[in-house]
Design a protein around this ligand. Structure first.
Ligand code: SER
Length: 622
């Protein structure tokens, strides 16, 4: 986590004393990291540590996918940056194309080298410095470098021409537009640097150039000129301050500097791949199918280690589901490579041995990461064989019937009963030239959700809460008061609306405003009393109907209560205070668990009542 000192801007570090580039070019990934930081520090940039893979402040983003994410509040002018020039090496995780990871191109986890200007320098410097770094520091041959720009960005073209790039190697590309990572945020045109790796890797088409699908031109650095802010509807307005956000993949730069065809041959991956070779007894490079599997294990091994390291726990939702998917996909590829015993902790160890020096927290968290991964592996391994056997049978039957598609119900059953992520089943089917009925799958999933919602609702409905209410939402006063006046808007007895309720009768009272807290977020509802002009109602519980009404549940202990009356609603304040203390306790416990067990010890649920507090969280060990 980054701690930014508000209101403090350091400009004293702006120095230009690194005139001369080092004589030797960086080759190892460690040397590349160093060169990157040194170069930009020499241009007055302050180093920011990598933020977590779990975005800190943006609920619309699942995972950190770019170095600029932690800079967004600075770029939008909402927070003061510690300096206007920043440099970082950011852990990133991208979920697009997880199913094709194993090919030579895609990675889930990677590290992004970035330099940022927060309303300081703009295009001219960003371009000139990128050029200086690749020529003088990386010592790449200028005649093999290509540039792409957004078709509207003539200014960028001029600036590149000024550095000496010939016009024929500046290619306009429509997709050179970046951001924002979430629903809204900063964005702008971008410009990318490519290396021509030679015709031997190319498709041979005469018009092959950057943007082509083949392996010849490798994009390795993206310069984004952040000049707009985009809202949720895609509407853009110019930013008051213009920013620079650049990102270069460490893995790709390593492949370039180490002259490897793929990132898997670089020093970042080689020890991991070698470990997987030892584990499987296979040799990388011997067969395309096996290579694919070896790469899956190497990539997913890094992905799962870093995700768990940053506190993600396998689950059926959100980032937990991403983690679950890669663990389960890795287990399946392990089986295909002949590993039929648990093996993931070995891969986690390989990753930590390789990356721990740069990310020491991995070493400290080694046991927790191993445990989390091992538990999930075990869970899936138990059903994998049975699920695969069923899938075999179903696909054979479908084929016999001359069908090329499996029913969505079956794919749902594999998910629900055997724990096969939908995407994994889809991938296995694809390998056999089959598809499945996705609409039917979604319907089955939706029906199950509706069933569990109904089950959850029943617990409350079981108390005869009755028909939907056609009255305004209840105004909640309970943050300020424990006693207040309110008007009776609705009365229900046995779930049926009534005009009045007499002594001894039980039911529900709805007021226009109330200090009674309705059970939510694990905190129990308030109890107390409603006193009207002609009667008293003892409130035994307060529930919400999910539509904004607080339902006072209880019975008339004296006299009568009628529609339209004004009553004084008084919460049992002593009990409420006990509840509040327990509420505070869960917050303290939450922090303590995170301090002691780690950042993954997140609240999964809780019960807060006057006598007891329960706190749910996931941790892989007793
Ligand atoms: N945000 C841009 C990218 O991710 C450059 O850092 O490519």
């Amino acid at each position: 986590m980054i701690h930014v000192i508000q209101g403090w801007t350091d400009t004293t570090g702006v120095r230009d004393d690194m005139q001369g580039a080092p004589t030797n070019k960086p080759v190892t990934s460690e040397e590349i990291r160093r060169a990157w930081l040194d170069f930009f520090k020499g241009k007055g940039h302050l180093e920011m540590p990598s933020s977590s893979l779990v975005p800190h402040d943006d609920p619309t983003v699942l995972l950190t996918t770019a170095g600029m994410q932690q800079m967004i509040p600075f770029m939008l002018g909402r927070e003061q940056p510690p300096r206007r020039r920043l440099v970082s090496i950011q852990k990133c995780f991208r979920t697009t194309d997880i199913d094709s990871v194993g090919n030579l191109r895609n990675l889930t986890f990677f590290e992004m080298l970035g330099n940022f200007s927060i309303g300081d320098y703009f295009k001219a410097e960003a371009i000139a410095w990128a050029w200086e770094f690749v020529l003088d520091w990386l010592k790449l041959p200028a005649d093999r470098l290509w540039i792409t720009v957004h078709p509207t960005d003539d200014e960028a073209v001029d600036l590149w021409l000024r550095t000496g790039v010939p016009r024929e190697r500046i290619v306009p590309l429509e997709e050179n537009w970046w951001g924002p990572p979430g629903l809204s945020g900063p964005c702008g045109p971008d410009s990318e640097l490519y290396l021509d790796r030679g015709e031997a890797l190319g498709c041979g088409r005469p018009d092959c150039k950057p943007g082509c699908d083949c392996e010849r031109f490798l994009e390795f650095w993206n310069l984004v000129f952040m000049q707009y802010s985009q809202d949720e509807h895609g509407h853009r307005t110019p930013l008051a301050q213009k920013n620079i956000d650049t990102g270069a993949g460490l893995e790709r730069l390593s492949a370039i500097m180490q002259e490897c065809r793929s990132v898997y041959e670089t020093d970042l991956f080689r020890p991991i791949v070698a470990g997987v070779e030892r584990l499987t007894g296979l040799t990388y490079g011997a067969s395309p199918e096996q290579d694919f599997g070896l790469r899956v294990l190497a990539d997913h091994g890094r992905g799962m280690t870093f995700l768990v390291g940053d506190g993600v726990v396998p689950s059926n939702e959100g980032r937990g589901y991403v983690l679950r998917r890669i663990i389960r996909r890795a287990v399946r590829y392990g089986r295909l490579l002949g590993l039929d015993r648990p093996f993931l902790t070995h891969i986690v160890d390989l990753v930590i041995d390789r990356m721990g020096k740069v990310y020491p927290s991995l070493i400290a968290d080694r046991e927790r990461i191993r445990q989390t991964v091992a538990t999930e592996e075990e869970r899936f391994a138990a059903t994998l064989q049975a699920g695969l056997a069923l899938l075999e049978r179903w696909t054979a039957e479908a084929r016999d019937r001359g069908e090329r598609s499996l029913s969505g119900e079956l794919v749902f059953k594999l998910y629900d009963t055997y724990g096969f992520p939908e995407e994994l089943t889809a991938e296995i089917l694809r390998e056999r030239g089959l598809t499945f009925d996705e609409d039917e799958y979604r319907r089955a999933m939706e029906e199950q959700r509706a069933r569990s919602r109904a089950a959850g609702r029943f617990a409350v409905a079981g108390r005869a809460l009755g028909a939907a209410l056609d009255v305004p939402r209840t105004e909640f006063l309970g943050y300020e008061a424990t006693s207040a006046e309110g008007r009776v808007l609705a009365l229900q007895r046995d779930g049926v609306p009534v005009e009045a309720m007499g002594e001894g009768e039980t039911g529900v009272v709805v007021l226009d405003r109330t200090p009674f807290y309705a059970e939510a977020g694990g905190q129990v509802g308030d109890t107390g009393v409603l006193v009207g002009p002609a009667g008293r109602f003892l409130v035994e519980d307060t529930q919400s109907d999910g539509a904004g009404h607080h339902l006072h549940l209880g019975r008339v202990v004296e006299g009568v209560l009628q529609l339209g009356e004004t009553v004084r609603a008084t919460v049992d304040a002593r009990r409420r205070e006990d509840i509040m203390r327990h509420h505070t306790v869960t917050h303290l416990l939450h922090q303590a668990l995170q301090d002691v067990l780690g950042p993954h010890a997140l609240q999964a649920g809780s019960l807060v009542s006057p006598d007891v507090a329960r706190f749910d969280f996931a941790h892989p060990r007793p």
